[in-house]
Design a protein around this ligand. Structure first.
Ligand SMILES: Nc1ncnc2c1ncn2[C@@H]1O[C@H](COP(=O)(O)OP(=O)(O)OP(=O)(O)O)[C@@H](O)[C@H]1O
Ligand SMILES: O=P(O)(O)OC[C@H]1O[C@H](OP(=O)(O)OP(=O)(O)O)[C@H](O)[C@@H]1O
Ligand SMILES: [Mg+2]
Length: 261
């Protein structure tokens, strides 16, 4: 995303530090767990990290934008059929690599457990006998299934990538944030161009209203107009079907390289 946003990024995945002279920015590539700590202490101005890691770090860094990618949920899981609700965890051993996140959540729910702090691969902790249940990042759920575990209890957290800043540093990130949002919009939308019978423009505009309003341009044949509008990537096929059924033709869909809406 940084590359798409026009910044200099590392070429070698082993590089830990890159200077982008054109933008007067230094980029540091850190372990996911350490990013919020650096930003919270003020040694770095801004950072990209997961909400789960930000909360677990208990750092003073604050999120200024949800970047809408890197989504996961944070859940409790135990052997199939063994736990059904949160209160079943009382007094049990719970393995996690996010002890503060789990501790804060359980404190709120007034449940006491014995936390077993691990560094990763926590799903195997139950099989190896060091814990009765786990609290971990779940995306597809494949890792849990393979370990013979199932989720139970409430969602601890919905996490996704955030742009975080040092406290009191809110002004440092405006250009970075705007550019990242531009990349997100470029990924989220496509451009629709199509020919529409002049009498059907209102109906076609209702299908592709665009952001403010679709662009309608005259064609040489007065019975037709050209329509251009932004459409959500997730709606491409449904909108093409509707437009074609309505009578629109020559429907072209193009990717957006960059955008600022
Ligand atoms: N399978 C996944 N799907 C989506 N997001 C994930 C997944 N696994 C981890 N994450 C997210 O990625 C961020 C960093 O976690 P990650 O597990 O990559 O760190 P790590 O374990 O320290 O690094 P690594 O896995 O590279 O050793 C967290 O915010 C987490 O929510
Ligand atoms: O629900 P899933 O799609 O299976 O994804 C979730 C798994 O992905 C991450 O593990 P990672 O590979 O980062 O290993 P780690 O546990 O050592 O961090 C996370 O910690 C879960 O174990
Ligand atoms: Mg991991």
């Amino acid at each position: 995303m940084l590359k798409e946003a026009g910044y200099t990024v590392r070429r070698d995945p082993k590089d830990l530090h890159v200077v982008d002279q054109a933008h007067n920015i230094e980029f540091f590539y850190l372990r996911p767990r350490d990013i919020a700590t650096y930003v919270g202490s003020g040694s770095l101005d801004v950072g990209f990290t997961g909400l789960d890691l930000l909360l677990d770090s208990r750092s003073k860094a604050v999120s200024v934008a949800d970047l809408g990618f890197g989504g996961s949920t944070f859940r409790f899981a135990g052997p199939v059929g063994k736990f059904s609700q949160l209160s079943d965890l009382s007094g049990k051993r719970v393995a996690t690599a996010y002890p503060h996140l789990v501790e804060d959540f359980l404190k709120n729910q007034d449940i006491k457990v014995e936390l077993v702090q691990l560094d990763g691969a926590v799903e195997v902790a139950v099989q190896l006998g060091v814990a009765d249940a786990v609290a971990d990042v779940v995306s597809t759920g494949n890792t849990l299934r393979q370990a013979g575990l199932e989720i139970f209890g409430p969602v601890i957290l919905q996490s996704s990538a955030q742009l975080i800043v040092a406290p009191g540093n809110q002004d440092e990130h405006t250009q970075l944030l705007r550019r990242m949002q531009g990349v997100l919009v470029a990924r989220e939308y496509v451009i629709f161009d199509y020919d529409c019978p002049t009498g059907l423009v209102d109906q076609a505009s209702a299908i592709t209203p665009g952001i403010e309003s679709p662009t309608i341009s005259p064609l040489r044949d007065a019975d037709w107009v050209a329509v251009r509008a932004l459409v959500k990537t997730s709606e491409i096929n449904a909108k093409m079907d509707k437009l074609y059924e309505l009578g629109a033709r020559a429907i072209l869909v193009s990717a957006i390289h960059a955008a600022r809406i």
